[in-house]
Design a protein around this ligand. Structure first.
Ligand code: ADP
Ligand code: 5GP
Length: 206
């Protein structure tokens, strides 16, 4: 197995739709050349401005089901009537190349990765209040009234699963939330398993 010091961190980022995950990820990626975002596959229709292969791989249900059969997903889940999944091969390739890989995924999928025993760091993004979440969802102007209401009710269920995560980051301010995530990355890189080689190198010359 690859030395943990050179392998990147697998980081799952979950939180209610509208909590600000996409905004945070965009800022984090612009600041960190060592971190990449996994591009998920989905059966959801593209929103205006979303580009195939950049925001998602937009695929039909039949292709998605075939990929499940081929064991091509690290995890997948059904959310609000559509399938979403993380293609396995690109994630492994990036981790091997030493890059941190962010999975921006909902809680069922994140729990599947946790339960798989994979080496990972899980972060739950939370919001100051449900009223603020509703304001952000409406402000984004991408959803119908029906999907806003269903996303709000899913949000309540998701908040109840926050206890499963290693870390909870409050997104009351985007810059502050990004800084909190960078602190987590720094701390994770100081775990003994990632620092043991540095310690051993000192001992070798004693
Ligand atoms: P998600 O990816 O979790 O669904 P988005 O990143 O699309 O959420 O954010 C939802 C909306 O809330 C966007 O319009 C975004 O600009 C806004 N937003 C994100 N973070 C904050 C924040 N800290 N304060 C106020 N508005 C925010
Ligand atoms: P949206 O439709 O707003 O882009 O995404 C809906 C939800 O699906 C969000 O919570 C998002 O994080 C999640 N999601 C996106 N990609 C994946 C994925 O590959 N797997 C899982 N389990 N959830 C995903």
């Amino acid at each position: 197995m690859q030395n943990e010091q050179t392998r990147g961190l697998l980081i799952t980022l979950s939180g209610p739709s509208g909590s600000g995950k996409g905004t945070i990820v965009k800022s984090l990626l612009s600041k960190r050349a060592d971190t990449v975002l996994s591009v998920s596959a989905t059966t959801r229709a593209p929103r205006e401005g979303e580009i195939d292969g950049v925001h998602y791989h937009f695929i039909d249900r039949e292709t998605f089901l075939r990929m499940i059969e081929d064991n091509a997903f690290l995890e997948y889940a059904e959310y609000n009537g559509n399938f979403y999944g993380t293609p396995k091969a690109p994630v492994e390739a990036e981790l091997l190349a030493g890059h941190n890989v962010l999975l921006e995924i909902e809680v069922q999928g994140a729990e599947k990765v946790m339960d798989s025993g994979a080496e990972m760091v899980s972060i739950f993004i939370t919001i100051p209040s449900m009223q603020e979440l509703e304001r952000r969802l409406r402000g984004r102007d991408t959803e119908t009234e029906e999907t806003i209401l269903s996303r709000l009710s899913i949000a309540e269920r998701e908040l109840k699963r926050a206890f499963r995560y290693d870390y909870v980051v409050l997104n009351d301010d985007v810059d502050a939330a990004v800084e909190r995530i960078e602190t987590i990355i720094q701390a994770e890189n100081m775990r003994y398993s990632r620092m043991s080689k540095t310690v051993m190198e000192v001992l070798e010359v004693c």
